[in-house]
Ligand binder design. Sequence first.
Ligand code: BJ8
Length: 422
Amino acid sequence: MADYREMWSLLDMDLEKHDELCAVLPEFYGEIYMDQKNRPEGMNYFNMVVSEIHGLRVKELNDGKKDGKKVVGTFCVFVPDEIITAAGAVSVGLCAGSDFWHPDGEKIVPKNTCPLVKAAVGAYFGKTCPYFQSCNLIVGETTCDAKKKAWEIFSKEIDTHVMELPQMKREKNERHWEEEVALFKEKIEEVTGHTITEEELYERIKLHNEKRSVLKRLYDFRKVDNPPISGKDVLLITQIAFYDDPKRFIEMTNKLCDELEERVKENSGVYEKDAPRLLITGTPMAIPNWKMHHIIETSNAAVVAEETCTGTKYFKNLVSEEEKDMEGMIKNLASRYMKTNCAVFTPNKNRIDDIINMYKEYKADGVIYYSLPFCTCYAAEYMSVKEALEKEGIPVIMIETGYGLEDAGQIKTRLEAFLEML
Ligand code: BJ8
């Protein structure tokens, strides 16, 4: 990797602490990713992105800032990227997936806060993440309690906009969300100093739909009997989608998909024959949280899909391209995003339908209900999901685990017992 110390220092980062992070990541990634058998060539681009994770892309963001481009950090798939990019700003997903950031996070939020929020707070206040340090604005949402309180903490240090996400999906809640999307557009225009035109927004709606479509193309390859790509690799690609340049991401993912198409024709897969196929549902897995996938795929099983925000929730449903006027487009954006079935909603029956449909579509043999500790909404929703899956005769197991590897052996044992039952 090139030397980015000057850039990091200009970003006011804690260089010494950041060096510790940079020292462990390559080995960690190498162990988890580089030993996989028969990996597609197209993964080389994504390997490069990871090796440059705090370098090249951060440099691009900061070069853009010199030309007046703003950087907007987000934490939830409810925040419409289309509006950010239509104003000429760059959107970066800031959820953090390593316990490296927990000690700094625990200085500010209670120890028993969900690992994702604790890591994000630690990454920002410990000054060890160049993405946080590059942001002009961060955007929060009223989803879970941990996040809501985190925005108050962030807002003391950085311009923070909070979108008020309703907790139900009635007609009046839909209208309210439309207003929130319109307010968000105003905020982005204020921060960028740019009034978004109808043409700009329409172009970006098409671009982000294209990004969703390429991800759908990628995930569809996992439905075949002998998947040509591992779940671990697809998870990585989806995590990268949150901060890579959208046009380049579309191009490189399409290129990989062309290769996967050939592999399917040649029946060239990555798993052992008859490896049990698992669907994961639950809380998001922010980069570099690859723990669950790694445990599963080193236990001779395959992860064939994720009903999570770092899975299908990120790209499911396109924004309608029918309307080209501002009001119509805002309505269409709001309506697409409101279709996301997050556990913060009540009731949330559509999520259960999604899980059952995906189980069938991806020809899964069992479901892993994954939850980060202290995530009450996802943990509590397990009861209704379990009941519904059992009615359908779908085997399910809940695994609640954080970012640390101390419980990996125990999880493997439980998983192996589950796999034997399938
Ligand atoms: S749409 S899942 S990205 S809110 S894991 S911080 S819920 S305590 S991340 Fe999420 Fe948006 Fe919903 Fe998706 Fe809270 Fe739970 Fe932590 Fe979570």
